[in-house]
Design a protein around this ligand. Sequence first.
Ligand SMILES: [Zn+2]
Length: 260
Amino acid sequence: MRKCLTVTFLWLWSIMTFAGCAGAGAAFATPPVTPANTATWKPSPAHTPNVLSPVERSSELTTYLIHGDEHTNVAQAQAQLFQEGLRFYLIVVSPQSTGLEADIYQDLVKRNIRATTGPDEGFDTQSVECHPNCVFIYGEAVNALSVASWKNVLRHEQRHMVQAANNPDLAREFRQGTEGLFTTYAAFLEACADDGILVAEEIYHASERMPVLKDALGAENYTTLERACQGIPEAYDRVVKIYEAKKGTGAFVRLFPPYQ
Ligand SMILES: [Zn+2]
């Protein structure tokens, strides 16, 4: 079973629409987002109360939530994005998870992050039925953010879904094994995913690096940059080439250095 997806999201410089497979999904304009600094989060027993009215879940929406509780903040955020036209699977991973989900859970714990689509953390999720439209959520974090903050995190993750759809080798190109460093390609795609959302500014520095890149590329190359941000390898190679032609060999790696 492959659910159908139409994903529309707002880049700073343009709106693009990605159609994942045939089927319905309302196009929408993403509302402005509020920066939410979440990168230094640690697990805490204090849960953020959900003060927003719960969204009534349709039977379709229920199928997009796996191992999760619909009353949690992250599930409410998913429900609100669903109402705006976004379709993706939320998979809550925990100590009870098995197989690939257990591996992803352990990595989320180790790296102290709340959510991943998998490929953006170096895990090949192509065997998972919902690939590339899956978000794996750290079970202890489901209420650690407000609904509004979770929506921003999920919007960031949704951009990785587009990247994964456009590059089957995304997982391998992000990270050389689960113990290796994340690559320059990863640093670039993370900045793209976080551009204008800023849920992990301390790690990905989107607000510093993307303006530098855009300035160097110039408006005439924004379409290429947009395609590169969508994970398209040829467009990425072109962006690196244009940037280094203007800034010198090695400049792109200096702007987007590999990271732990
Ligand atoms: Zn990311």
